[in-house]
Design a protein around this ligand. Structure first.
Ligand code: NDP
Length: 307
């Protein structure tokens, strides 16, 4: 028989754990399923220096472990497991975990996050967290006065390159096309920044490094010629994809697949289903904004249950 749950939280990043802290303190006995990457994207970063309350910084894994512990302190039931299917056609919602465990959830808080896209090179995977990063705002500070590369030609890549240019000595933008996809304003910003060099029609063949981390990248031009750049940071800005596959056709999503919410709230197109964190936010994508939206989802959920 399916287990009855009042509040089911899917996802274990800052949004999911914050929702668990708030709903457990409200005596709603939340159950949280962690998914395939317990702790979420922050567990792949090293030092987090911009989360308020940690003047000496904290590592991503430690921050997530502390959020988890805080949720457990108030009785949140945190379980490992991956939600494999959901049926949102009637309430309580029918949810299946790992293809076997059935749950009837009165309310649902979706905090499944988004995943940065990577090129898929083995060398890129090897140096992830050791010079390879998909978040300049998070990690750019570690490359002050050094040379770095940013892959991508969209608005994110231009924004990240501009941000990095204010900290770093030189920024290479590695762009596979002969032009940028970004808005004209962002392009101008890049072209007007003297320490950004745009390498059009280049692809990354390999990220180079040693035991200290990234030391460079081997690039291949579309005409087949190769060149090597010396960089200590290698940033990916080739887009994110929200983890919303299981909700497709059941919830209103935007063109990129992010969950649509009623402005100023966490309410989705289905009553009793709330969304928090990167799964509904293609713009800010910070731990602190995800945590804040987890709080909003918990409060919306609590009010819904009190109706
Ligand atoms: P985009 O999809 O717009 O751009 C991705 C970029 O990465 C493109 O240049 C693409 O190249 C390149 N790319 C994709 N895959 C690869 C690959 N395998 N190898 C090399 N390059 C690759 O993503 P963004 O994250 O930049 O933007 C997402 C959305 O958010 C957009 O709508 C954007 O406008 C918006 N945004 C707005 C901002 C603002 O207004 N301030 C800031 C940031 C984002 P190609 O062009 O060849 O496809």
């Amino acid at each position: 028989m399916a287990e009855a749950v009042k509040v089911l939280i899917i996802g274990s990043g800052p949004a999911g754990y914050t929702a668990a802290i708030y709903t457990s303190r409200a005596n709603l006995s939340p159950v949280l399923y962690e998914g395939i990457e317990p702790g979420g994207q922050l567990t792949t970063t090293t030092d987090v220096e911009n989360f308020p309350g940690y003047p000496e910084s904290v590592t991503g894994p430690d921050l997530m472990a502390q959020m988890r512990k805080q949720a457990e302190r108030f009785g949140a039931d945190i379980r490992s497991g991956m939600v494999t299917t959901v049926d949102l056609s009637s309430r309580p919602f029918h949810v299946v975990v790992d293809g076997t465990t059935e749950i009837k959830a009165e309310t649902l808080i979706i905090a499944t996050g988004a995943s940065a896209k990577y090129l898929g090179l083995p060398s890129e995977t090897k140096f992830r967290g050791q010079g390879v990063s998909a978040c300049a705002t998070c990690d750019g500070f570690f490359y002050r006065k050094k040379d770095v590369a940013v892959v991508g030609g969209g608005d994110t890549a231009c924004e990240e390159a501009s941000y990095l240019a204010s900290l770093c000595r030189k920024v290479y933008m590695i762009v596979r096309k002969p032009h940028l996809r970004a808005s004209k304003a962002m392009q101008q910003r890049v072209f007007n920044t003297p320490n950004i060099e745009v390498l059009f029609e280049h692809n990354t063949a390999e990220v180079l490094g040693d035991e200290s981390g990234v030391t460079g990248a081997l690039l291949r031009k579309n005409d087949g010629t190769e060149m090597k750049i010396d960089v200590s940071g290698f940033f990916l800005a080739i887009g994110h994809h929200p983890n919303t596959e299981i909700f497709r056709d059941q919830l209103k999503l935007d063109a990129e697949g992010y969950v649509k919410v009623e402005p100023g709230t966490s309410k989705t197109s289905v009553e009793g289903v709330f969304a928090a964190g990167d799964v509904r936010d293609p713009h800010y994508r910070q731990a602190i904004t995800a945590a804040a939206s987890g709080c909003i989802a918990a409060l919306d959920c609590e009010r819904f249950l009190l109706r």
